[in-house]
Design a protein around this ligand. Sequence first.
Ligand code: SF4
Ligand code: SF4
Length: 377
Amino acid sequence: MSLDVLEQWDVLKCMQCGRCTGGCPVAIRTVLNIRKLIYQNLRERKKWLQSKDIWCCTTCSTCALRCPKGVNIVDYIMSLRGYQVERGKIEPAARDALESILKHGNPWGRVREKRTEWIRDEKVKILSEGDSVDTLLFVGCTPAYDPKAQYSARALVRILNEAGIDYGILGTMETCCGNEVKRMGEEGLFEMLVEENTELFNKYSFKRIVTISPHCYNTFKNEYEGLQVEVIHYTQLLRELMESGVFKVDEKISKSVIFHDPCFLGKQNGIYDDPRIVINNAISGELIEFDRCRERSMCCEGGGGRMWIEVESDMPRTAEERVKDADYSKAEIIATSCPFCLLTLSDAIKTAGLEDKISVKDICSIISDEEEGSTEE
Ligand code: SF4
Ligand code: SF4
């Protein structure tokens, strides 16, 4: 059976060059050594590899991008996780997140009725069955419930309102997209979410879906096979609105800004330019770049279910390395465009004691209101 997985994901092509482990952001601070794991599995082809080390993976895809033999390392890891999940071998916090998605439609243990509590005085159309709009704004679980990420949702709807976009949200009907569910190996729950969400989407009429999170974007775009509608990330929409002159930033931000590429936007979907073009339209200075940016960008350790899976290490988290690099570059704001990056980098700023020097903001928060989306709650 294991041999099927090795064949399915081209693991048999591995030549043990180690480029995967060399590029892996967590290889240096955790027990995960993906080259070694593959080696073990190649030696014992008939057995399912049952190492716990695979739970350190953030599914960032750096390894897969660097592999010269095209091994589908991330899919392979997800299959191995699936085997363990089926046997109940999963961290309690990750299991709770999955159960919460099943029960409440979100991984944060929050009730469905509170899914729209992020809205304050913003005018937001909540769609009813049969409604027709140009754009469906898929808010996502983290911007809907997390107090810091809620700033991004409010900032984005303020921009959409100002630009006069005909959009609506699903309100309390919205349910988790399942991107992290799939990455935690719960394929059955993921398939259920795909079916339910596709059915739900079919009750309304819209031309495209805009997501706040690159994780929602990734799964709707690449993993919802029956979804016959355009899916874009909000930075792509903002670029379109800015370039067509529909939306303009009146007062440019003078603080120094550095951009952190979210893995599910950049490495996994090749969207590197849109966020940069949007930021450059909103700041007066020049955008600072990390040494490791674009394809080489360093993962913040927020993906692949790692928001709910703690790993042992006596070394700082990669997000902490990231904020120290940003501070070294004299940036005052780390811009990102992903709710998980926002949370991991925000925590890292506190851990590094850099609250007085630097903050992290979603790009829409930078544009919409300079004070919102900061590390202050
Ligand atoms: S980069 Fe690819 S070929 Fe090289 S060790 Fe890793 S999986 Fe094998
Ligand atoms: S997906 Fe990222 S974290 Fe996982 S093994 Fe590959 S490089 Fe490492």
